[in-house]
Design a protein around this ligand. Structure first.
Ligand code: SAM
Length: 248
């Protein structure tokens, strides 16, 4: 998986991408990331990337030309679906704008994105981006939640982290992300490590029993219980083949 990220603040990515699973995925060759400074594609000698909105709204907006130039330079082909250019959208990698107005980033969307060889992420700033970027350049818009961040960089980091976890081999242990919350439509149940007793609180006996089937059944019951308590909406979405009552 190769991910291109277009941003005004490439330095923001240094810490998160150089630690833990992301670092290991890069070292193993499962993931490569290229950061592209939007400023380098700015307009004129001052490399301007933003301007005031027409109509007198407050704040600044990212202009379309630098963003389009950045994507066309990265992909080395026309991508703007303007009036006089033929663009084969089907052969493009997903060109994703991070925006609070996008479709919500869920584990299902994460898995869908992880199936691609390449993603291009565009981080907005200020009051957002010129509408023509949305209409004629991007092929997808993704939100990481119903709140407004100052820029798309943190959202891009969240997306990259979540996608990396589901790349085969990224977690470094066999089970992978299969039992994580949301993978099967449930929250993960409680987990314990050493010591077996801490300040009078015991680890449930079943987990110490060594009986794999009983442990698996307990985990499933606990996942259902936790999901029912905290996210009953998830149970409603599950298919009938995963009937929540079957684990009780
Ligand atoms: N004025 C815009 C609106 O109301 O939709 C919000 C602009 S926000 C201050 C600046 C940038 O942060 C956006 O262009 C987007 O790239 C990013 N951003 C903010 N919240 C986000 C979210 N929940 N998910 C993804 N990106 C977000």
């Amino acid at each position: 998986m190769h991910i291109d990220i277009i941003t005004l603040f490439p330095h923001m990515f240094q810490g998160p991408f150089e630690e833990g699973i992301l670092r290991r995925a890069r070292e193993k060759g499962l993931l490569s990331i290229a950061l592209h400074d939007l400023r380098a594609f700015g307009v004129g000698k001052h490399r301007q990337v933003d301007d005031v909105p027409y109509g007198g709204a407050p704040g600044m907006l990212l202009r379309p030309e630098p963003i389009v130039a950045a994507v066309e330079s990265i992909l080395d082909r026309p991508v703007f679906r303007g009036a006089d250019t033929a663009v084969e959208v089907e052969t493009l990698p997903p060109i994703i704008l991070l925006t609070p107005q996008g479709r919500p980033l869920t584990q299902a969307v994460v898995k869908e994105l992880a199936r691609h060889d390449r993603l291009v992420l565009i981080c907005g700033r200020y009051e957002g981006v010129d509408e023509r970027v949305r209409e004629f350049l991007v092929t997808d818009e993704i939100s990481i939640g119903d709140y407004v961040l100052s820029g798309g960089e943190l959202a891009a980091m969240v997306l990259v982290d979540a996608v990396t976890r589901v790349l085969p081999g990224a977690l470094g242990y066999e089970r992978g992300a299969e039992e994580d919350s949301f993978a099967s439509g449930l929250l993960e149940g409680p987990q314990y490590t050493r010591p077996p007793e801490f300040r009078g609180r015991q680890v449930p006996d079943v987990l110490l029993s060594g009986h794999h089937e009983r442990i698996a059944a307990w985990r499933r019951d606990q996942a259902l219980k936790r999901t029912r308590e905290r996210r009953p909406d998830l149970l409603e979405k599950r298919t009938s083949s995963e009937d929540p009552s079957s684990g009780e």
